[in-house]
Design a binder for this molecule. Structure first.
Ligand code: G6P
Length: 609
């Protein structure tokens, strides 16, 4: 989704702005722009489409200036055109703004600024804000921004510059992330640390309703209401290599292959052999607190929602806790039940910034419940607004289609279920078995990745199809949903995930000799049942691709293609079973020449409702 980058300092500015925008490309966008304060006034270029189009627009101009901002826009209000791209400039031509988020009362504000003689020319909500800032400016950019923000309803991460105040950039946030990067005699800012790590590891995260006045090598932070705030400086532990492709053709492929390590990182130092449990101190829950949990409710979107569905089965089976999974976007508008102290809410989010998940979490806390987070991005809003949680430590995930974050979420959920289970009903012996299985996972993921050439050959066979069906049962039903989502997201083939037995209540009508049907049919407690479902597809000539347990050779008689994965405990199978499905989606998308890392219309982190 939209990205902001900015710089105040003495270096050549354009490589910093364009380089930063490139690091934000993964978030998804459809137009881009940059602006610099030069000695001749404001310089600005914008383009529809990708950053390469913006670079052609810039055409190698050697722009000189100490203050600059850049933006990638993911269209909400108005089409992805040049006019709607950011930065937006006020009608006097002196004030420039980039904005992430949505200004809810923009129509009312637009009427007001138009009447004051500041006409808006784009369709965006964002332009209104720069016109408003210009209309209230007297002699300080900081004061003008503060004055304008007092009128704004909605969400924003903004950066504003003006040749009237040419030494500074003013940034502010409410609901959309903003981070400041510290350098020597220079200061960076961005909506995402990925845009900063090439230059600095020292960062300051703005909180909601805070703003900063940024100069070369210094900055001051305040609340939007003008109270001083001291902000701690954090050291980012990502290095540049972790956000580069490392020789892989795509970030998605790199991230699929990183899973042995990312899952190991999620579990590092957390498997407690002495007590046969998991050590998750960040949860801030004592064993007694854990025993008092009467119900767990997961809040999530997209792939994280699928991980939560696996978590639901794990929590019920291992810890005996009734568990529900809510789409965050639906939960937030549900009628409030009475406060329920026995309910633990768990927000699952790779980015920690998804607007619906954040809003649902706030709603849950407003109702008086305890809420924890399972988040990958350290310092993200969800991580900061929960009572405790588990960081995934999967490293930055750049590909829009989530892969390694999903398997790390499952590993983290398994550890939580083990911890809750041990505090309630699981025996020490069972705890030991579970720890053994968790410890074996990284090597088993490594082994699973060896199916890559086989999966590629299957992808070649079916990459021309229009529809796919993914079927699984029990723990592997969410894997079917996730396999279908991966394919849809990056290859634009219509794909549906279904509980295998439910197929006969509808999707079976779609099955003919052209329809590939992917079954996850590992030898678990309901293996025999799923074999019967495979027969139903075979009887209608569907093409059957099966993910099966290592050593299950007999299943070959019922399938066109079999992909074997190592055996593990039933509830950990999804961590292995999803890997061939990630690879299948990847290879099909590559064969169809799709933009794997930046699929059309999608955003990595959806920061609008
Ligand atoms: C977007 C991404 C998905 C992701 C979902 C939830 O739609 O494209 O890959 O699963 O948001 O994101 P979160 O960061 O909350 O896990």
């Amino acid at each position: 989704m939209c990205g902001i980058v900015g710089y105040v300092g003495g270096r050549e500015i354009m490589p910093i702005l364009i380089g930063g925008l490139r690091r934000l490309e993964y978030r998804g966008y459809d137009s881009a722009g940059v602006a610099v304060l030069t000695s001749d006034g404001v310089w600005m270029r914008k383009a529809e489409g990708k950053i390469a189009a913006l670079e052609s627009e810039i055409n190698g101009e050697g722009v000189k200036g100490a203050v600059g901002i850049g933006h990638t826009r993911w269209a909400t209000h108005g089409a992805p055109t040049r006019e709607n791209a950011h930065p937006h400039v006020d009608h006097t031509g002196h004030f420039l703004l980039v904005h992430n988020g949505i200004i809810d009362n923009y129509l009312e504000l637009r009427r007001e600024v138009q009447e004051a003689g500041f006409p808006c020319t784009s369709d965006t909500d964002s332009e209104v804000l720069v016109q408003l800032i210009a209309s209230v400016y007297e002699d300080s950019l900081e004061r003008a921004v503060r004055g304008a923000l007092a009128r704004v309803e909605g969400t924003f991460g903004i950066a504003v510059v003006s040749d009237r105040d040419p030494e500074v950039a003013v940034v502010a946030r409410r609901g959309s992330p903003l981070v400041i990067g510290l350098g020597e005699d220079e200061t960076f800012f961005a909506s995402d640390i990925a845009a900063l790590v090439a230059h600095t590891r020292q960062v300051v995260y703005l909180a909601d309703n805070e703003m900063a006045v940024i100069r070369a090598g210094s900055f001051i932070t305040k609340t939007i209401q003008n109270q001083s705030v001291d902000k701690p400086v954090h050291e980012v532990d990502w290095d540049l290599g972790s956000i580069e492709r490392d020789g892989y053709d795509h970030f998605m492929l790199k991230e699929i292959h990183e899973q042995p390590r990312s899952v190991a990182d999620t579990m590092r130092g957390r498997l407690d052999a002495t007590d046969a449990t998991a050590r998750l101190n960040g949860l801030n829950l004592t064993p007694a607190d854990t025993r008092e949990i009467k119900r767990v409710v997961f809040l999530a979107c997209g792939t994280s929602w699928h991980a939560a569905l696996v978590g639901e089965c794990m929590f019920e089976a291992l810890a005996g806790i009734p568990t529900e999974v809510e789409y965050a976007s639906e939960f937030r508008y549900r009628r409030s039940p009475l406060p329920d102290p026995g309910t633990l809410f768990i927000a699952l989010s790779q980015s920690g910034e998804t607007a619906d998940t954040l809003a649902a979490l706030r709603e849950a806390r407003r109702r008086g419940s305890r809420a924890i987070g399972l988040v990958n991005v350290v310092g993200s809003t969800i991580a900061r607004e929960t009572d405790g949680g588990v960081y995934l430590h999967a490293g930055p995930e750049i590909g829009v289609a989530s892969t390694k974050a999903f398997t790390s979420q499952l590993a983290a959920l398994a550890m939580m279920a083990l911890k809750f289970g041990r505090a309630r009903e699981i025996s020490e012996a069972r705890g030991v078995d579970i720890l053994r299985a968790l410890n074996a996972l990284p090597a088993q993921i490594e082994q699973t990745l060896k199916v890559d050439p086989l999966v590629r050959s299957i992808a070649e066979r079916y990459s021309d199809r229009q529809n796919f069906l993914y079927l699984g049962r029990g723990y592997n039903f969410p894997v079917a949903l996730e396999g279908a989502l991966k394919l849809k997201e990056i290859s634009y083939i219509h794909a549906e995930g279904y509980p295998a037995a439910e197929m006969k209540h509808g999707p079976i009508a779609l099955i003919d000799a052209h329809m590939p049907v992917v079954f996850i049919a590992t030898q678990d407690a309901i293996y025999d049942k799923i074999l019967a479902n495979i027969q139903e597809v075979r009887a209608r000539k569907g093409r059957v691709i099966v993910i099966a347990s290592e050593g299950d050779e007999a299943i070959g008689a019922h399938a066109d293609h079999v992909i074997h994965i190592p055996r593990t405990l039933d509830f950990l199978t999804p961590i292995l079973a999803v890997i061939p499905l990630q690879l299948l989606a990847y290879h099909i998308a590559v064969l169809r020449k799709c933009d794997v890392d930046q699929p059309r219309n999608l955003a990595k982190s959806v920061t609008v409702e």
